[in-house]
Design a protein around this ligand. Structure first.
Ligand code: GSH
Length: 222
């Protein structure tokens, strides 16, 4: 069986889970406490990060961007990178936007500070980082709102990896109740649409010791 080594509140792992689900590729989830530096895991991924996908034939694929490119090449049914060259550029631009810019300006400042530091025993949240995260999420949410208002899906006319990258980050932040959906009605409608897809179900069932998600987290009509 294909195995995805992951952490439940990792947006990069969630993006891969969504892609695997959308492509209907069965997989088993294995939680990897990366900070424990398990030698077998380090041998497969010296970067010591999740996600790591291990195919049934033993091929080990680290890094969510590498995994998503691999899945697109290996399983081209249900394409997620867009149809035309221009669409594919826009999908990749937005995936990079969410996984680099949004991640650095929002996810790192909120999720990493509040959750990752605690579960990996790396100290307390930094107040300056939290303040920056709360300020930045407002701008990012209004950009997502504008994209959702002007396009069918975030990158254009078709559902793509850009939607899954954005939804992966937002779903982690929603789990810790840091997304004010009332400020972004079009983004909220888009998120409700993506949330009701079958590939999202396992994310909505995630439970993390010591953190209770808000009621709306798993509610499809939030
Ligand atoms: N660019 C990498 C980032 C992966 C990453 O940072 N994963 C985090 C969890 S969200 C991790 O494993 N961190 C390990 C650590 O902090 O020691 C990817 O897309 O896979």
């Amino acid at each position: 069986m294909r195995i995805l080594y992951h952490l439940p509140l990792s947006p990069f792992c969630r993006k891969v889970r969504l892609v695997l689900g959308e492509k209907r590729l069965p997989f088993e989830l294995m939680m990897e406490r990366v900070w424990e530096r398990r030698p077998e895991f380090l041998a497969a991924n010296p970067a010591a990060t999740v996600p790591l996908l291990v195919e049934e034939n033993g091929l080990a694929i680290p890094n969510s961007a590498v995994i998503c490119e691999y899945l697109e090449e290996a399983y081209p049914d249900t394409p997620l990178l867009g149809r035309t060259l221009a669409e594919r550029v826009e999908v990749r631009r937005l995936v990079t936007w969410f996984d680099e810019k949004f991640a650095a300006e929002v996810t790192e400042n909120l999720l990493h500070e509040k959750v990752m530091k605690r579960i990996s025993g790396r100290g307390n949240p930094d107040g300056n980082a939290l303040r920056a995260g709360y300020a930045n999420i407002r701008y990012h949410l209004s950009y997502i709102d504008w994209l959702a208002e002007t396009r069918k899906w975030l990158a254009g006319p078709t559902l793509s990896l850009a939607d899954f990258a954005a939804a992966a980050h937002l779903s982690c932040l929603d789990f810790i109740n840091d997304v004010d959906w009332s400020k972004a009605p079009a983004a909220k409608d888009w998120y409700a649409r993506i949330k009701s897809r079958p590939c999202f179900r396992s994310l909505l069932n995630d439970r993390v010791t010591g953190i209770v998600p808000p009621d709306h987290y798993a509610d499809l009509d939030f």
